[in-house]
Design a protein around this ligand. Sequence first.
Ligand SMILES: Nc1ncnc2c1ncn2[C@@H]1O[C@H](COP(=O)(O)OP(=O)(O)OP(=O)(O)O)[C@@H](O)[C@H]1O
Ligand SMILES: [Mg+2]
Length: 345
Amino acid sequence: MDDKVMSGAELREIRGSKDQQQFADLLNRQFDRKYDRATISRWESGAARIPQMISSALRAQSAGSVKGIPAVSDRPGLVMACVNQKGGVGKTTSVVNIAYLLATSGLRVLVVDCDPQANASIHLGVDVNERERAKLTLTHALFGSGSMVDSILHIDVGAGTIDILPSHISLANADAEILAEPNGTLLLREKLGECRTAYDVILLDCPPNMGQLTVSSLNAADLVLIPSQTEVLSFMGLTMLMETISKVQRRVNPKLKVLGILPTSHQPRRQQDKKILEELTELAAVSRCRLFSPVRNSAGYPKGALAGKPAIQLDPDIAGIEAYREVVAALVAALPQQEGAKHVA
Ligand SMILES: Nc1ncnc2c1ncn2[C@@H]1O[C@H](COP(=O)(O)OP(=O)(O)OP(=O)(O)O)[C@@H](O)[C@H]1O
Ligand SMILES: [Mg+2]
C-alpha cells in the first residue's frame, strides 16, 4: 500500500464533479470532522498537507483503487453488532452466514472481527498469523498508525465477495489499550468512519464477554443482533445484556436499536428447547424487540467452520437458512433508500 500522502491534483480528481463545499460535507459525514471549503482549497493548492488518514482512506475507496474497495458514496453503511456475552451461542456462525447471504445478494459487506479468538477470520479461511506478521489485523488498525482500509481483505465466496478486517489473539490486550485512551470505547466508531460509505452493511463479530471490545461495538453500531441458543444457560444473561444495551442507548449511542433475538442450534423436538423458546418470546415482547424464527440445529454449521467457508455456501438448502434469510430481510429493510435491496430475493 502506498503511504505517500496524495497530491492536490489526485484529490481534485477524487472530488470529481462535487464542489469543494459538497466534498468537505461528505468528508465531515464520513470521518466525523469539521472541514470547510477553504480547507479543501488549501489541500488542492498544496498550501496545506492532506491528513494521512484522509489520504489513505480516499485512495483506497476511490473507484479502481488497488484495494478495489468501492467508491465513496453519500450513504454510510449500516453497522450491525452480533452480541451475546455467553460463549458458543452462534454469534460467529450468524455473522459469517448473514455476510454470505448479503454478499451474494449484491450488497457490499464488511465483517469486522472484533474477537481476539479470530473465529470469524478463520471461518472465512484467513491465515491470521500471516496477517498479524504483516500488521494487517484489527489490532493494528485500531492502535497502529495505519488506516482501517489498509487491513481489509477480500474473500471470494463464489457469487459474491465478503470483505473482512481480520482479528488475531494480539487483540486480547485491547481492553487495557482502550481504557488508556481518552474515550477509548469510541475508537472503533471513529475508525469505522474511514470506510462506512464504502459498504452497505458492516457486521461486527463480538467476543463472548461484555469487555471493552463489545462496548466499543455497541457504541459503533446502528443495530444489534442477539443470537441465543435455546437452552437455559444461554438464556440467563440476556436480561443483563438488554440492560447494557439500554445504558449504551441512554449515554452514548441513542440511535442504537435491537434488530432482534435469533434463537440458534434449535432442536424443536426437545422439551427444553420448546420451553426456552417460549421464554425468549416473552423476553422479546417485554423488551419490545423482534424474535426471529429459530435457526435449526445442523451439523452443516460446524462443518462450514472447519472447511473455512460459510455453511450456506457449502449447502444452500441447509436447515435454518430461512431464519438467516429473515434476518437479512430485516437488515435490508433497515437500509436507507438502499439500491441493493432490490437484488435481495
Ligand atoms: N445452527 C447450528 N447448528 C449446529 N451447530 C451450530 C449452529 N450454529 C452454530 N453452531 C456451532 O456451535 C459452535 C459455536 O458457534 P459459534 O462459534 O458461532 O458461537 P459464538 O457465539 O461465536 O462463540 P464464541 O462466543 O466462542 O465466539 C460452533 O461449533 C458452531 O459451528
Ligand atoms: Mg464467536
